[in-house]
Design a protein around this ligand. Structure first.
Ligand SMILES: [Zn+2]
Length: 254
């Protein structure tokens, strides 16, 4: 157990033994948001602080907005597992991991209480300012580990957080009819979709074949950016939302 001073003034120190060196002394430039997916916050916190679990996070946000810090920000917490973003695969070395107490899909996906989400917003703004983290690098665990992970889930209030200055977001395009692409489809439009997902950061393989992986990446995208329907089918609303999201990036150029 390593004692440390909290990097975030509002946090209480609750040390976890599960951490290591950030590879190459890398500084964090991403924030990964999770839900705990366990019945109670107490059991989740207990698990994250036990050596045998081999998992941890930097911050743990309770339902009432209280925040515990488990791992010092300059250390590598073990929250993302096998994951990838923009070609980088050691997401733990690159990120600050935030666990948000919520029973998640196994518990029927209850709403995130307002006090809790306000605390998440404040924490992300604070970390974002101190580490100069770009808004588009505040991501869901499901973004960096599609298929394998679905947290913090399609009810997570990304739009509200964006209004509070956290994360990158555009209003999703209305769902209506028109052409769509799904598993088994092939060709140039599928390749174009895969290229856009890859350009945004997803580890999508550009093959021109809409395979299981593409479907999982589309579902992950929807879970974050087009939450009304998460089905892995690239309808016009999904594709247009992705295109506008890319266009809204400060770094985007055609
Ligand atoms: Zn997670």
């Amino acid at each position: 157990m390593t004692l440390f001073d909290c990097d975030y003034a509002a946090a209480r120190s609750v040390p976890s033994p599960n951490h290591g060196e950030r590879a190459g002394g890398r500084s964090p430039d991403m924030i990964i948001l999770h839900y705990t997916g366990m019945e109670t916050a107490a059991s989740a916190l207990n698990w994250l602080c036990r050596e045998e679990s081999q998992v941890s996070c930097h911050y743990f946000v309770h339902e009432d907005g209280r925040i515990d810090q488990l791992v010092s920000e300059n250390r590598r917490a073990w929250h993302a597992g096998r994951s990838s973003w923009k070609g980088e695969t050691d997401i733990n070395s690159a990120s600050i991991g935030v666990e948000i107490a919520n029973p998640g899909h196994p518990g029927g996906l209850p709403d995130f209480p307002v006090a809790q989400i306000e605390a998440v917003a404040e924490l992300c703004r604070n970390c974002g300012d101190r580490w100069s983290i770009a808004p588009e690098r505040v991501l869901a665990h499901s973004d960096v580990a599609p298929i394998r992970k679905v947290d913090p889930g399609e009810k997570f209030p990304w739009k509200w957080l964006h209004q509070q200055g956290v994360g990158h977001w555009v209003e999703p395009t209305e769902i209506r009819g028109g052409r769509f692409f799904q598993r088994g489809d092939e060709g140039q439009p599928v390749e174009a979709l895969q290229s856009m997902l890859s350009l945004y950061g997803y580890a999508t393989e550009i093959t021109g074949i809409f395979n299981d992986k593409t479907e999982g990446d589309v579902a992950a995208f929807q879970r974050h950016f087009r939450q009304a329907q998460v089905d892995g089918i690239a309808d016009m609303s999904t594709i247009d939302t992705l295109h506008r999201l890319l266009s809204a990036l400060p770094s985007f150029s055609v």
